[in-house]
Every structure is written in structure tokens, then in C-alpha cells.
Design a protein around this ligand. Structure first.
Ligand code: HEC
Length: 143
């Protein structure tokens, strides 16, 4: 009886894991979409002669938080039914480096926005945006 119960619990846990992956994948895709939208709108804002710094400050903080939250959204084996390639877990060095660069670029953007420093803000955003296609080329499938 005890054995049976343990087995039941394992099966149930496995079931909920599968479900979690689905939620996790959806969450990371939504997070990436939010990152894309926010960084494009900040790029436009920083082209203005007098950017709305308060807005840049708030939005760049969101970018830092979104990027940080991605750390917990890449469980091993969560590639199925997503565009994440298994190279993320098989060959993580470049992935981790680009993720860290994405994070530090947005941190610099946020820091610069608090100092109202447009050049440093643009440089931070650029550092972050340099990672997008490089990571996608190696770690996001084409379909
Ligand atoms: C360290 C790697 C990495 C970096 C850096 C990265 N991405 Fe991605 N991105 C991915 C992976 C992997 C996926 C696929 C996720 C999935 O399908 O589960 C993805 C998916 C996306 C998606 C699609 C979401 C969807 O609905 O399917 C968008 C949009 C996106 N990224 C935008 C960006 C932008 C913009 C940047 C740079 C500012 C960026 N990404 C930086 C790895 C990265």
C-alpha cells in the first residue's frame, strides 16, 4: 500500500512537471516579447531631443527585472514545443555569457537614465540589443 502511494505521488509529480514546462515556456516567450517591445520603445524615446527620463527609468527597470526572471524560466528539458534549442543546456557557456550581457546592458541603461546621461543610456541599450540575434542564431530554432 505504501509503495503504491509513493508511486502515485511520483506519477502525479511527473504530471505536474509536464504542465509546468508548458507554463514556463509560455512565460519566457511572453517575457521575451515584452523585452522586445520595451527596448524598441526606449530606442525611439532616446532618439528624442528631450527624452522622458522618468519613463526611461521605469521601463529600463522593468527590462532588468524581465531579464532576471528569465533565469528561472529555462529548466533543462523544457525545449519541447518551443523554439529553445537543446544546445542551451548542452553548450551553455555562450548562452550564459549573452544572458549576462543582456542583463548588464539593461542595468547600464537604468543607471544612466537615473543620471540623465543620454550617451551612456544609448550605449547600454546597444550592448543589450547586440545579444539578440547572436543568441537566436545559436539557441533559437528557425521554425
Ligand atoms: C541568451 C539568449 C537570448 C538572448 C540574449 C535573447 N534571446 Fe530572444 N529568445 C531566445 C530563445 C531561446 C527564444 C525561444 C524561446 C522559446 O520558444 O521558448 C527566444 C525568443 C524570443 C522571442 C519570441 C517570443 C515568442 O513569442 O516566441 C522574441 C520576440 C525575442 N526572443 C526577442 C529578443 C530580443 C529583442 C532580444 C534582445 C534585446 C533577445 N530576444 C535576446 C534567446 C535569447
Amino acid at each position: 500500500m505504501k509503495k503504491y502511494l509513493t508511486l502515485m505521488m511520483v506519477v502525479m509529480a511527473a504530471g505536474s512537471y509536464a504542465k509546468n514546462y508548458h507554463e514556463e515556456i509560455e512565460k519566457r516567450q511572453d517575457t521575451f516579447s515584452a523585452i522586445e517591445e520595451l527596448s524598441e520603445s526606449l530606442e525611439d524615446e532616446l532618439d528624442e531631443d528631450a527624452p522622458n527620463w522618468e519613463m526611461v527609468e521605469q521601463q529600463s527597470l522593468k527590462l532588468v527585472e524581465h531579464t532576471k526572471s528569465l533565469d528561472s524560466l529555462f529548466s533543462p528539458e523544457s525545449a519541447e514545443d518551443s523554439r529553445a534549442r537543446t544546445a542551451i543546456w548542452d553548450n551553455p557557456e555562450k548562452f550564459d555569457r549573452l544572458m549576462a550581457q543582456l542583463n548588464s546592458g539593461f542595468q547600464q541603461l537604468n543607471h544612466a537614465s537615473r543620471n540623465r546621461d543620454i550617451e551612456a543610456a544609448q550605449a547600454g541599450l546597444e550592448e543589450a540589443q547586440d545579444t539578440c540575434s547572436s543568441c537566436h542564431r545559436s539557441y533559437r530554432s528557425l521554425w
